[in-house]
Design a protein around this ligand. Structure first.
Ligand SMILES: [Zn+2]
Length: 441
């Protein structure tokens, strides 16, 4: 058994508890007791505010290579996408392993204990399968293990270039499996090793999976009780093309294909009609917001409060990794809503932390993570309250003050992964520098 004693810990109730003794056996919480003073001598002291593990519910690991390289450009989401494809074209399984390992280690430093990798970079540069058709997925599984975090590999069906079924061309060819049956055959052949990994499915978007093939991907996920994720209405152009071709919005198209429901997470859901919002909320479909990416790519501001009120659990993702900081994502949900409505106070700090923790883990298929409670997976993320950013703040409002750089200590499934602000096995800045140099030269 291991014991920690937290100065403050957020136990899911409003406001943090003080002097919390946390006991862990075999990677699970076995006792959580507030108000224990003095701290037992054998307990590791956690100074600051200890949170449950943060879940990053939407990631494309290789986009990390673009940080600081595209933000000064003019243009649109679509011109940014061309830059992203240039990076995708240079990746091999070995380079992807190095880049994802470094990116996931940066996530660990930021307090992220579980990542949902929306994985579509499946094949060789010309679209041919590797000798191991899941070599890229295996690289991601190994990367997460090395970084010490859990992974839900959301294996993504990406079959066409447009809503009209246009074939993949150029750099997109390595995303494609031909059709949904071939996608399912490849995914079924993958049996990733490790207790840190779980499999899920993804529909890249209504642009990338023809309407007639949506049920095959949905069926695969439902039969395996696996999470199903889908990019949805990030850009108005996607909506316009879908309405022009199918006569319905992307949300309605997904609903008619049986793709919505509590095991489904729609990513972005930025540009919705009233009917879309009701369909998502009414079916209990989760929504993963990615505010720092949505800002960076000029996507727009989605109806976060409306979705939550309609019944959609909200989770958070760093998506393109322009920033990896779940505190920034969480407070952006509230702060963007303020900009949109010119009113304050839409989400409580507890709601924002819930999106970053339990709701994110649930969206990734880990219902037993994201809360500091007996029986849950023993993830702990301790935020210092004595840095220049956090000193003097009320711990109850720390989500509005803290940054990823204030995370001092991270425990994943009972194992310490970050101690005193350092990853226990990876020199993260060096690993990032080397991995990005390999793909950007
Ligand atoms: Zn994405």
């Amino acid at each position: 058994m291991s014991r920690w004693h937290a100065e403050y810990a957020w136990l899911g109730r409003p406001g943090p508890a003080a002097d919390v003794l946390i006991e862990v056996t075999d990677g699970r919480f076995t006792a959580v007791t507030a108000g224990v003073t003095p701290a037992p001598a054998d307990a590791t002291r956690l100074a600051g505010l200890t949170l449950p593990g943060l879940a990053n519910a939407h990631s494309h690991a290789f986009h990390r290579a673009l940080r600081g390289r595209t933000h000064a450009e003019r243009g649109t989401f679509w011109t940014w996408r061309d830059r992203m494809y240039e990076v995708a074209a240079r990746l091999t399984p070995d380079r992807y392993l190095a880049l994802a390992r470094a990116t996931y280690a940066e996530m660990a430093l930021a307090g992220i204990t579980c990542v949902g990798e929306f994985h579509y970079l499946h094949h060789d540069a010309d679209g041919a399968r590797y000798a191991d058709p899941n070599a890229m997925g295996s690289a991601l599984v190994e990367a997460a293990a090395a970084a010490g975090i859990r992974l839900t590999l959301l294996d993504t069906a990406y079959l066409t270039a447009g809503v009209d079924g246009a074939p993949l061309a150029g750099p997109q060819r390595r995303f494609g499996d031909g059709d949904a049956a071939r996608w399912a055959e490849r995914v079924d052949a993958f049996a990733p090793a490790g207790a840190h990994v779980r499999r899920g499915a993804a529909i890249h978007s209504v642009r990338a999976v023809p309407a007639g093939q949506l049920p095959e991907v949905v069926g695969w996920a439902r039969r395996r009780h696996a999470p199903l994720h889908v990019h949805l209405s990030e850009q108005r152009a996607e909506n316009d093309a879908c309405v022009a071709y199918h006569g319905k919005t992307p949300t309605r198209l997904l609903a008619d294909a049986g793709a919505l429901g509590p095991a489904t997470t729609a990513v972005h859901a930025t540009h919705l009609t009233g009917d879309d919002l009701a369909a998502l909320g009414g079916s209990g479909t989760g929504v993963c917001l990615c505010p720092t990416t949505e800002r960076d790519l000029a996507d727009g501001i989605g109806p976060a409060r409306g979705l939550a009120d309609a019944g959609s659990p909200l989770s958070l993702g760093s998506d393109s990794h322009a920033v990896i900081d779940m505190f920034e994502e969480a407070r952006a949900v509230e702060l963007d809503e303020r900009l949109r409505t010119q009113q304050r106070g839409h989400f409580t700090p507890d709601e924002l932390l819930g999106a970053a923790t339990a709701a994110g883990h649930a969206a990734l298929g880990w219902a037993d993570a994201g809360r500091i409670a007996v029986g849950q997976r023993a993830d702990l993320v301790t935020v210092r309250l004595d840095t220049a950013r956090t000193a003097g703040t009320d711990p109850a409002g720390a989500v509005f003050a803290a940054t990823a750089a204030d995370v001092a200590h991270v425990v994943v499934d009972g194992r310490t992964v970050v101690a005193d602000g350092r990853h226990v096995s990876i020199d993260v800045p060096r690993a990032l520098r080397h991995a990005i140099a390999e793909v950007m030269r």
